[in-house]
Design a protein around this ligand. Structure first.
Ligand code: TXA
Ligand code: MG
Length: 330
C-alpha cells in the first residue's frame, strides 16, 4: 500500500489526481471522510468493487455505500426521489447521512448485494470531496477496516488493518465525526432508521415532518426486516468488551485487575486506580464519538484482554455511540 500524507485543509491536487487515476484504473483507494476512513473503488466497475470485498474479507450479502460529489451526481445511481429524500439531502448533504433509495440499473449487483436499492451519501470532508470531483465517478466505499473489526479514524488505523490489496492510502489525519453515518431507508412504507449516527432521529423527523421508525432486532413477521449485515457483532476490538453501569464500572475494573486479568477501562471521568490502563473519554456526545474508535484501537494495542466500558447517558444525542458500544460488546 502506498501511503500519501495529505493536508486536509488544502488537499494537494497532485495527490488527488494520482488517487483519481488509481480509481479510474480499477484500483482501491483508502481516503478520509468526516465520519471514518473509506475503502473506495469505482462504483460502476464490478471487478473493482469485487476487490473491496476481498480486501475486507466482507461477506457478499452486505451492500456498500456509494459516495457522490453532490445531490446532482447522486442522480447517476438513484432512480427516483421521494419528497422526504429531497428534503433530507437538502438539509444534511454534504454530511454524515446515508439515504437508501431505488437504484438505477447502472449500479452493479456487487455494490448493492443484489438489492433493488442503493445507499448513497455526499461526504463533507475536503479530501473526499476533492477526490470525488477529480475522479468524476461515484465511489463505493465501506469503512476501511477488515470486516467485523474496529472502524478506522486515522490513516494509521487503516494501515494496521488492511494490507497490500489496497493500492493507495490518502492519510489526512484523524476524522472529525468519528462514527459512521446515520443510515435511513426511504424505500419502505415509512422512513426507517437502519443505523444510528450523529444525525439524530429527532433531526430527521423534523426535516421530514413525520415519524421515522427503527428496525428492532427481534423483528417479528410483518415488521420491516433489518438491513443485511446490520445486526451482527461489529465495530469490535480484539479484546472482549463489557458494558457496565456507571456505579459498577470502577469496582469491576479493580476486581478484574486483582484477579490478574489484563483489563482496560473506557471511562467518562477519572480512573479507579493507578496502573489500570484507562482511556478517559469526553463527557459530550460529539467529542466522545470523535474519540471512540481511536480509544478502542489504543486499548487493543496496549494488549488488554478485557475492556470495561462505562455505559453512556440515555440522551438521544448518544444513540450512535450507544449502538457502537452495544455491538462491540456482543
Ligand atoms: O460513514 C460511513 O457511512 C462510512 C464512510 C466511509 O462513508 N461508510 C460505512 O460503510 O460505514 P459500511 O460498509 O461499513 O456500512 C454500510 C452500511 C452496511 O451496514 C449496509 O448494510 C448498509 O450500509 N447498506 C448499504 N447498502 C444498503 C442498501 N441498499 N439497503 C440497506 N442497507 C444498505
Ligand atoms: Mg463498517
Amino acid at each position: 500500500m502506498r501511503i500519501v500524507p495529505i493536508d486536509t485543509r488544502s488537499p494537494s491536487i497532485h495527490a488527488i489526481r494520482d488517487a483519481a487515476d488509481v480509481l479510474r484504473q480499477g484500483g482501491l483507494v483508502a481516503f478520509p471522510t468526516e465520519t471514518v476512513y473509506g475503502l473506495g473503488a469505482n462504483a460502476l466497475d464490478p471487478v473493482a468493487v469485487e476487490r473491496i470485498y476481498k480486501a475486507k474479507g466482507r461477506p457478499a450479502y452486505n451492500p456498500l455505500i456509494v459516495h457522490v460529489v453532490n445531490r446532482q451526481a447522486a442522480d447517476r445511481v438513484v432512480a427516483s426521489w421521494s419528497d422526504a429524500a429531497e428534503r433530507l439531502a437538502k438539509a444534511f448533504w454534504p454530511g454524515p447521512l446515508t439515504l437508501v433509495l431505488p437504484k438505477r440499473p447502472i449500479v452493479p449487483d456487487g455494490v448493492t448485494a443484489g438489492l433493488p436499492t442503493v445507499a448513497v451519501r455526499v461526504p463533507a470532508h475536503p479530501v473526499a470531496h476533492a477526490l470525488l470531483a477529480a475522479a468524476d465517478l461515484p465511489i463505493a466505499a465501506p469503512s476501511a477496516n477488515r470486516s467485523m473489526m474496529l472502524s478506522p479514524t486515522t490513516g494509521a488505523h487503516v494501515a494496521k488493518s488492511l494490507g497490500a490489496e489496497v493500492d493507495l492510502l490518502l492519510d489526512g489525519g484523524p476524522t472529525p465525526v468519528g462514527i459512521e453515518s446515520t443510515v435511513i431507508d426511504l424505500t419502505r412504507e415509512q422512513p426507517t432508521l437502519l443505523r444510528p449516527g450523529m444525525i439524530s432521529m429527532a433531526r430527521l423527523e423534523k426535516v421530514i415532518g413525520g415519524p421515522v421508525v427503527t428496525v428492532s432486532a427481534g423483528a417479528s413477521s410483518g415488521a420491516p426486516r433489518p438491513s443485511p449485515g446490520m445486526l451482527e457483532r461489529h465495530y469490535a476490538p480484539r479484546a472482549r468488551l463489557v458494558l457496565a453501569p456507571h456505579d459498577q464500572t470502577r469496582g469491576l475494573i479493580v476486581e478484574m485487575a486483582a484477579a490478574g486479568r489484563r483489563v482496560g477501562g473506557l471511562l467518562i471521568g477519572p480512573a479507579p486506580a493507578h496502573g489500570v490502563i484507562v482511556q478517559q473519554m469526553p463527557a459530550s456526545a460529539d467529542e466522545y464519538a470523535s474519540r471512540l474508535f481511536d480509544a478502542l484501537h489504543q486499548l487493543d494495542d496496549a494488549g488488554v484482554d478485557i475492556i470495561v466500558a462505562e455505559q453512556v447517558p440515555d440522551g438521544p444525542e448518544w444513540a450512535g455511540v450507544r449502538d457502537r458500544l452495544e455491538r462491540a460488546s456482543r
